[in-house]
Design a protein around this ligand. Structure first.
Ligand code: ZN
Length: 187
């Protein structure tokens, strides 16, 4: 099942739940929790769990590592893969954590609370962020593509991006602004 159809299904399920339980649109935290439980059946199509958690954490909790991630971000990773398949005309290589293949990348998805990498209150520690590279596409070009597609279904959950980094950081932090917020490096 393609990510878009999964989300369409989830949104219709969510709408039914909200109508039945009288939840108002503004109660976003509750909506977020409901959305994640609706997405709970979602497993990534183009990534494995090891790409979202560190090697030590994976050895402790294995595939349950996906439960630590906000599934909107996991879904978005698949959606980016699908989008770049169309852009590049071939299967893209999208790299998050590569420790499983011998690379020294462990903390580009979920970060444990005592992880000293990045900002103290990083969205990575809430499972709401990923850092990634797409082979052959500069990070700046990926950021531009995301900004140019603001509001498109595949980019719908991206609320923030880090600016001026050689990798792409996206997250789904709650923001008070409309559109995608760009912020300085270190978060
Ligand atoms: Zn990051």
């Amino acid at each position: 099942m393609r990510p878009n159809s999964v989300v369409s299904k989830c949104i219709s399920v969510l709408r039914d739940i909200c109508e039945q339980s009288g939840i108002l649109h503004g109660e976003s935290r509750q909506l977020e929790l409901l959305f994640n439980s609706a997405l709970d059946q979602y497993t990534p199509a183009h990534f494995i769990v090891e790409e979202f958690v560190s090697e030590p954490l994976y050895k402790l909790i294995a595939t349950k590592g996906l439960w630590l991630m906000d599934l909107r971000i996991v879904w978005t990773a698949d959606a980016i893969w699908e989008h770049y398949k169309d852009v590049l005309g071939k299967n893209p290589s999208v790299y998050i954590n590569g420790w499983k293949w011998g690379h020294n990348t462990n903390f580009r998805g979920f970060r444990e609370y005592d992880c000293g990498i990045g900002a103290l209150m990083s969205m990575h520690k809430e499972g709401k962020a990923i850092d990634f590279d797409i082979a052959g596409v500069p990070a700046e070009d990926v950021r531009k593509e995301i900004l140019d597609n603001e509001g498109a279904e595949w980019a719908q959950f991206i609320s923030r991006m880090e600016n001026d980094t050689s990798w792409v950081h996206i997250d789904c932090a709650e923001t008070v602004m409309d559109g995608i917020q760009l912020f300085g490096s270190g978060s």
